[in-house]
Design a protein around this ligand. Structure first.
Ligand code: SAM
Length: 239
């Protein structure tokens, strides 16, 4: 998959894309990233990318022409391309949307807004969808775009060391993940649940599943509406 990031602060991406799973995926050729400086596509002596809003009011608005020129310079990769505006007014980002992008797109183009946002005529003409990472307002779309890059990257085949760990992540089955423990067996006077040391794989699976359900019920009961249980899991719940 290819992901292109359009921003007036392209340096923002340097370190985050050079660490951990994203870096590994890039080096392995699983993920290709393009970073584009919108300012390089602005005209005039000051290469201005923003202007005052028509109708007056607070702040500045990103101009449509540099955005359109920057987008036009992005190389086209594959048939299935989506242009996404990072915006608090967008549809909420979720594991389901990350999976949709990872499965159904060859190329994502993530446009990072700044100031008060983007001239609506650019959005109307060029943007396929707007994407919000949560009900709060950031100063710019760069952090939001990095969230999308990271979440999508984990779902690309081969990106994770352990093949099935994305399938067992929180949200993948409308459940939160169970608690995790590692060595030492005693820390700050606390032990590890005995079943995890028992070597009984079926009992461990059962324990983890029930804990996932309990945690989800306690912290995110809204998720459970999307859960469909196998017959074996139903039995476990009713034991
Ligand atoms: N005035 C806008 C509003 O009230 O909807 C907020 C603009 S915000 C200061 C500047 C940019 O940050 C936005 O254009 C968008 O690209 C990005 N941004 C802010 N919050 C975001 C969020 N929750 N999700 C995705 N992008 C966000």
């Amino acid at each position: 998959m290819r992901i292109d990031l359009l921003s007036i602060f392209p340096d923002f991406f340097t370190t985050p894309l050079n660490e951990g799973i994203v870096r590994r995926a890039i080096l392995a050729g699983i993920l290709d990233i393009g970073i584009h400086n919108i300012r390089e596509h602005a005209t005039g002596p000051h290469r201005t990318t923003d202007d005052r809003p028509y109708g007056g009011g607070e702040g500045m608005v990103m101009k449509a022409e540099p955005l359109a020129a920057c987008l036009a310079a992005v190389p086209r990769v594959g048939e299935r391309r989506r242009v996404i505006l990072m915006s608090p007014r967008g549809l909420p980002f979720s594991q389901g949307r990350a999976q949709d992008y990872a499965t159904n797109c060859d190329q994502l183009i993530l446009l990072c807004g700044r100031y008060e946002g983007v001239d609506e005529r650019f959005t109307a003409r060029f943007v396929d969808e707007a994407c919000s990472i949560g009900d709060y307002v950031l100063s710019g779309g760069e952090l939001a775009a990095l969230v999308v890059v990271d979440a999508v990257c984990r779902l690309l085949p081969g990106a994770l060391g352990c093949a099935d760990s994305a399938e067992k992540d929180s949200f993948s089955r409308s459940l939160l993940k169970h608690h995790q423990y590692t060595r030492p067996p005693l820390f700050a006077g606390m032990t590890v649940p005995g079943v995890l040391l028992s070597g009984d794989h079926a009992a461990v699976e059962r324990h983890r599943f029930l804990e996932s359900v309990r945690l989800t019920l306690e912290r995110r009961p809204d998720l459970l509406a999307g859960l469909s249980l196998s017959q074996a899991e139903r039995k476990l719940l009713h034991r």
